[in-house]
Design a protein around this ligand. Structure first.
Ligand SMILES: Cc1cc2nc3c(=O)[nH]c(=O)nc-3n(C[C@H](O)[C@H](O)[C@H](O)COP(=O)(O)OP(=O)(O)OC[C@H]3O[C@@H](n4cnc5c(N)ncnc54)[C@H](O)[C@@H]3O)c2cc1C
Length: 385
C-alpha cells in the first residue's frame, strides 16, 4: 500500500497532534503516524509549569543555562493553553491557581530566594513566602514546611480531557491518523520522504515532521541527523477523590514531587520518580520503591491526604535533551522538521507545536528560534544527504 500526503507527522502525542491540527487548519493534507506506545502525553501529570523545576536543576546542572533561556516561553505556553481551550470549545479543567515550591529547611529557603531572584531577572513574576503567609493561602501544608516560592502563572489541567479534545479537533479537520503503527524506515525520495511502517505500508510526503520525543534519535539518525533525545521513564500516582483542599500545583525545593488536586477531587502525585523500561519494547513499568517514596513525601508535605488510598499508579516516558526544545527545520535535509518541546513538555506542547507549524508553512513563528534549532548539536548532520 502506498499513501501520499502534503505533510507526514510521525508521533501523535500532544506536539505531533497539535502540529497536524495547525497545518490542517492552514489547508495542508496531513497524515499522523503513531506507534501507540506509552509516551509523555498519555501519561503525564497535568502540571502547568513556569518556574524552573529544582528536579531538573539538580539532575542536569549542565542544562540550567538552556532552561533559563527557554524560561520566558513557559508563561506564554500557559496562556496559549488557555486560549486553546477556548478555541476548541472544550473543558480542559484548566486552573491557573499558582504553583508553590516548598522548602523544609532554611538552606532550601535560601536556595529558593536565589532562584526567585534569578527568575525575576528573566521576566517571571515570583515571590518567596514565609510560613505565616503560607498558612493564609495553603493551610494544607504540613508542619515541616518553612516557606515556599510562589509563581502565580502556574496551574494544572487534565491531560485526558485535553488529549480527547485535541483528537476531536483533528477528526473534524480531516487529519488522517494511523495509530498503533510504528515507522521503521525513512529515506529521501524525489525531493520528499518515503516512510516504511511496521504494517508494511509505504507513505510519501514532501514534508516530514518528527514529533517522536525520545524516538527521534533513531528516526533522525536514519537521515544522518544527530538529535540526542533520551528516554526518561517516570512514575505517577493518583488517589481516590476527596473534598477540595489543594488549589495549587505543589513542588519541593530539594526533592522530587508534584502534587495537585484535579476537579474530580483526586490527588495526582508525581514529580519525576524513576520507572523502568522493561522487555524488548521498553514498556514503562512502575517501581515499588518509587511508589512508596513518592507517596511518603506527598504525605509529609500535605498530611491531610494520608488516609486517601492510591487507586492507580502508572509509568510513562519523558524525553530529555539539553534543557531546551528542539524545534524547527533541519536545513541540511530540506523538508525535515523536528518538534521536541523541552522540559515540562506538556506545558510547552501546543505552543511549541504552533511555532513548528508556522515554520513548516514558512511563516514567522513569533519567537527567536535560534536557540531551539535542531542544527545546534555538534555534527548535527553526520553524513551528507
Ligand atoms: C510520568 C510523566 C509525567 C509528566 N508530567 C508532566 C507535567 O505534569 N507537566 C508537563 O508539562 N510535562 C509533563 N511530562 C512531560 C510531557 O508529558 C512530555 O514532555 C510531552 O507530553 C511530550 O509530548 P510529545 O508529543 O513531544 O511526546 P509524546 O507524548 O511522548 O509523543 C511522542 C509519540 O511518538 C511516538 N513515536 C516514537 N517513535 C515512533 C516511531 N518510530 N513510529 C511511530 N511513532 C513513534 C511515541 O510512541 C509517542 O506516542 C511528564 C512526562 C511523564 C512521562
Amino acid at each position: 500500500m502506498s499513501v501520499d500526503a502534503d505533510v507526514i507527522v510521525v508521533g501523535g502525542g500532544v506536539v505531533g497532534s497539535c502540529v497536524a491540527g495547525f497545518l490542517a487548519e492552514a489547508g495542508k493534507g496531513v497524515l499522523v503516524v503513531d506507534d501507540g506506545h506509552i509516551g509523555g502525553s498519555n501519561a503525564n501529570a497535568g502540571s502547568l509549569h513556569v518556574q524552573m523545576q529544582s528536579r531538573f536543576m539538580q539532575l542536569y546542572p549542565q542544562n540550567v543555562p538552556g532552561m533559563e533561556r527557554q524560561l520566558p516561553l513557559y508563561p506564554k505556553a500557559v496562556r496559549f493553553w488557555q486560549a486553546f481551550e477556548k478555541k476548541l470549545g472544550a473543558d480542559f479543567e484548566l486552573k491557573k491557581n499558582g504553583g508553590l515550591m516548598v522548602a523544609e529547611s532554611e538552606e532550601q529557603l535560601a536556595f529558593l530566594h536565589v532562584k526567585a531572584a534569578r527568575e525575576r531577572k528573566l521576566g517571571l513574576e515570583v515571590e518567596v513566602l514565609d510560613r505565616a503567609e503560607l498558612d493564609r493561602i495553603a493551610p494544607y501544608l504540613g508542619p515541616s514546611i518553612v516557606g515556599a516560592e510562589l509563581c502565580r502563572d502556574e496551574g494544572k489541567l487534565n491531560p485526558l480531557r485535553c488529549n480527547a479534545a485535541i483528537r476531536r479537533w483533528l477528526m473534524a479537520l480531516g487529519v488522517r491518523l494511523r495509530e498503533g503503527e510504528a515507522v521503521r524506515t525513512i529515506t529521501r525520495d524525489k525531493g520528499g520522504f518515503r516512510i516504511g511502517t511496521a504494517r508494511g505500508a509505504t507513505l510519501r510526503a514532501g514534508t516530514l515532521v518528527l514529533a517522536t520525543a525520545a524516538g527521534t534519535a533513531a528516526l533522525a539518525g536514519q537521515l544522518g541527523v544527530h538529535i540526542p533525545a533520551r528516554a526518561e521513564p517516570l512514575h505517577m500516582n493518583i488517589t481516590e477523590a476527596t473534598a477540595p483542599m489543594i488549589g495549587h500545583l505543589v513542588q519541593h525545593a530539594d526533592r522530587m514531587i508534584t502534587l495537585k488536586q484535579f476537579s474530580t477531587g483526586q490527588i495526582v502525585i508525581g514529580g519525576g520518580w524513576p520507572a523502568a523500561l522493561v522487555g524488548e519494547r521498553g514498556h514503562p513499568t512502575v517501581l515499588l520503591d518509587s511508589l512508596l517514596a513518592n507517596a511518603a513525601l506527598a504525605r509529609q508535605i500535605a498530611p491531610r491526604i494520608a488516609p486517601l488510598r492510591i487507586i492507580r499508579t502508572w509509568a510513562g516516558i519523558n524525553t530529555s535533551v539539553d534543557g531546551k526544545g528542539v524545534l524547527g527545520p533541519v536545513h541540511a535535509v530540506p523538508g525535515l522538521h523536528v518538534a521536541i518541546p523541552g522540559d515540562a513538555g506538556y506545558t510547552l506542547g501546543p505552543f511549541s507545536a504552533r511555532m513548528v507549524a508556522e515554520m513548516v508553512l514558512s511563516r514567522d513563528p513569533g519567537e527567536d528560534m535560534s536557540d531551539y534549532t535542531p542544527m545546534r548539536f555538534a555534527g548535527a548532520t553526520v553524513q551528507a544527504i
